[in-house]
Design a protein around this ligand. Structure first.
Ligand code: ZN
Ligand code: ZN
Length: 104
């Protein structure tokens, strides 16, 4: 039974929070697990290990984002189609106007 007073591993202040990665106690300023020694948080080796493995696994789900690119192209095509339709309608209106002005 550890009845020891929990103190921050970094600054020695009262340890209010326990890091879920390294299970060490830290104060509110040093509880954030970081990948490097920053002024805030604490360098947490288990956290770094988990992050690097997560990053290693990342490239697999990165492949699907190719689809949005096609979607974007589809969007552009639709935009182009829309504009061309507007242009055709405008030309028709101009032609109609010409015909009307000729008959008058
Ligand atoms: Zn601290
Ligand atoms: Zn930690």
């Amino acid at each position: 039974m550890e009845d020891l007073e929990k103190t921050c591993e970094k600054c020695g202040l009262e340890g209010e929070y326990q890091c879920p990665y390294c299970n060490k106690w830290y104060c509110s300023r040093h509880i954030t697990p970081t990948i490097d020694e920053y002024t805030y948080g604490h360098k947490c080796e288990p956290y770094i290990a988990q992050k690097t493995t997560m990053e290693r696994e990342k490239p697999i789900p990165i492949r699907p984002p190719k689809r949005p690119e096609i979607k974007d192209m589809d969007k552009e095509l639709k935009m182009l189609l829309k504009y061309s339709i507007i242009l055709i309608i405008l030309m028709l209106i101009i032609l109609l106007f010409f015909r009307i002005s000729r008959t008058v």
